[in-house]
Design a protein around this ligand. Sequence first.
Ligand SMILES: C[S@@+](CC[C@H](N)C(=O)[O-])C[C@H]1O[C@@H](n2cnc3c(N)ncnc32)[C@H](O)[C@@H]1O
Length: 272
Amino acid sequence: MTEQGFSVAEIDTARPHPARMYDFYLGGKDNYEVDREAAQRVIDLAPQIVPMARANRAFMHRAVRFLAEKGIRQIIDIGTGIPTAPNTHQVAHEVSPEVRVAYVDNDPIVATHAGAHLLDAGNTGFFLGDLRDPESILGHPTIGELIDFDQPIGLMLVAILHFIRDDEDPAGLVAAYCDALPAGSYLVLSHGTNDFHQTDAKSSQARDVYRDRGATATLNLRSYEQVLGFFRDLELVEPGLVQPPLWHHEGPEPTTEELARIGFYSGVGIKR
Ligand SMILES: C[S@@+](CC[C@H](N)C(=O)[O-])C[C@H]1O[C@@H](n2cnc3c(N)ncnc32)[C@H](O)[C@@H]1O
């Protein structure tokens, strides 16, 4: 075990993992043959996965900058993913080097890269934790060191909730985290959806790749109403819950054709 409390021996390279498949979609190198094979199968069936992953990551960057510009100086990023620059703290530090970021993921491979890429700047910490266990995450010593629950917090649940099944009560989990946040805190959330494409045989097969390859998580795509429900009594900031390229978009207006490929919702809510 390292001082962060994780062990590299826990990495399971026999089964594809969504974090490493996502890294492959983003063009990263931190994935194994088993991940590349599963990810390529998904790409063959649903090529939109690549622009979708990149649009989601770009949303995350804009949302972190937004939070930092609004004065948020502490962020909890659950479902960090394999580090791909710029990471949350790097984006936030462009606005203020004072921003503290607690990174959490349940994949040991994320942990192996955390030291070099997430803990390089001070003001950051990483630990292995599971979103489905809010008590352990919120009570973790790293959170205790970095996060002051009397000051507004940015909570990032970006592209993670679709790995939580309905019977695991994703809405209840989000509520458990949000209840712990003080007023003035923000929730940054994105989530996969089928609302923008018909579910054809190929997209169902793509979804099944996660399950059939024994991936450690299944994909649970949700509708606008279901994703909106995660914000509960938070107030959505403009422009509300939209496809990632439409959230504070930069550059040219996304085309209808581009948007048709992005089966994702993204939004930022503030706790009043
Ligand atoms: C698609 S990646 C998203 C990475 C990053 N948030 C982004 O949007 O660019 C999803 C991440 O969530 C992590 N994850 C999935 N289920 C989790 C859980 N129950 N608890 C903690 N992390 C989880 C995966 O290991 C993976 O790193």
